[in-house]
Design a protein around this ligand. Structure first.
Ligand code: TXA
Ligand code: MG
Length: 352
């Protein structure tokens, strides 16, 4: 299949806007920008179109999609009556990076929800996708626009790297501002349960609606099966082996670990916070990459997937990357990083 490219990076051309809306209406599958990561969307009410998403990504059929809406109006078609707390959160955080899991309405096809009786809904905060949803009166079902398992795409070029030739089109709206996927909160239980942490933190949610519980799988209870089905899969993983290190790691410990692993120095990358760069200056390693400021995690988090992807493009085989304390945004950063690393932390001689 020839993949069409639409450039909406520096404005929204009216003719092309109509063209992509028509394509969605015909049941085509196109990647679109959001403030979090790129999504791979299709008309939610068209089962054949939705099935194309699973096929293009190689996504397991038991992993539900998120309904993307442009206006609150659209909720009527997706859900039953809304809980009071859900209304409060919509008021506070929509449009924005928050997905609410609600009881699904009858018209929603089961292929989109992977057979569940609930549906995840969000209103993205990005002018391009907002124009498409509002002008086209569309509701798009979408997961992230990457091949299943690989790091999430935060730029149109990353979508093309994975999906060129496999999908109808890619709509380029520039790099994503948030850089990690939305916070997911299950509103079908009381108190609501956090299924996936994002840039909207548990603390911010609790300020609006009081107590929010954590899905046990987020607390490192390995046996716990996550209630957001997608969270159980190996995720965000670049091709390289990823090892998590502490801030300002001892150079000796790093050298020892690289030796132990048999890492190829020239094809290894050290990804660290800007404040720590000079500490590592004398380490013989192929790539030293700044992640952003440790004191400005909101910006640094945005670079995480891009750097993991760049490492794949550079054919790097070993990535050593710094951890942060697991509080606030640090909790979301570490959730993604631990998955990318498969829970792999630097071994130390004082640990068995
Ligand atoms: O920011 C985002 O959430 C991005 C953009 C494109 O909106 N979307 C995204 O979707 O990254 P993705 O690939 O993570 O897939 C949807 C996630 C999966 O982890 C899935 O398990 C969860 O949402 N999910 C969807 N519906 C659900 C439901 N009814 N109950 C529990 N989890 C659900
Ligand atoms: Mg995904």
């Amino acid at each position: 299949m020839k993949t069409r490219h639409y450039d909406f990076h520096h404005g929204i051309p009216e003719a092309e806007l109509d063209e992509v809306i028509e394509a969605y209406r015909r049941g085509e599958c196109l990647a679109f920008p959001t403030e979090t990561v790129y999504g791979l969307g299709a008309d939610l009410f068209n089962e054949e179109a939705v099935a194309k998403i699973f096929q293009a990504k190689g996504r397991p059929g038991d992993n539900p999609l998120i309904a993307h809406i442009g206006e609150a109006e659209a909720l009527k078609e997706l859900t039953g009556p809304l809980p009071e707390k859900a209304l409060k959160l919509m008021e506070a955080f929509w449009p924005g990076p928050l997905t609410l899991v609600l009881d699904k309405g009858e018209r929603v096809p089961l292929v989109a929800t992977a057979g569940l009786s609930t549906i995840g809904v969000r209103m993205p905060d990005h002018p391009v996708i907002e124009s498409i949803l509002v002008k086209g009166k569309l509701i798009l079902a979408a997961p992230s626009a990457n091949l299943s398992g690989s790091p999430r795409p935060t730029e149109a070029a990353h979508v093309a790297w994975d999906l060129e030739g496999r999908i109808y089109g890619i709509i380029d709206g520039g790099p994503c501002q948030e850089g990690i996927e939305s916070t997911i909160l299950d509103m079908t239980c009381e108190p609501p349960v956090l299924l996936r942490p994002g840039t909207i933190t548990r603390e911010e949610l609790e300020e609006e609606i009081g107590q929010v519980e954590m899905d046990p799988s987020l607390l490192g209870e390995e046996a716990a099966i996550p209630r957001a089905p997608g969270m159980k899969y190996r995720h965000y993983a670049p091709k390289a082996r990823v090892t998590i290190i502490r801030g300002k790691e001892s150079l000796e410990a790093l050298k020892e670990e690289m030796e132990r692993l048999g890492s190829d120095e020239g094809r290894s990358a050290l990804v660290v916070f800007e404040e720590h760069l000079s500490h590592y200056k004398s380490l013989p390693i192929g790539y030293l990459m700044p992640l952003g400021g440790v004191s400005d995690l909101k910006h640094s988090i945005r670079n995480l997937y891009r750097i993991l992807r760049d490492c794949d493009i550079l054919e790097i085989t070993d990535i050593f990357i710094e951890e942060v304390p697991e509080t606030g945004l640090g909790f979301s950063y570490m959730n993604r990083l631990k998955k990318a690393a498969g829970q792999n932390f630097l071994k130390r001689s004082d640990e068995s």
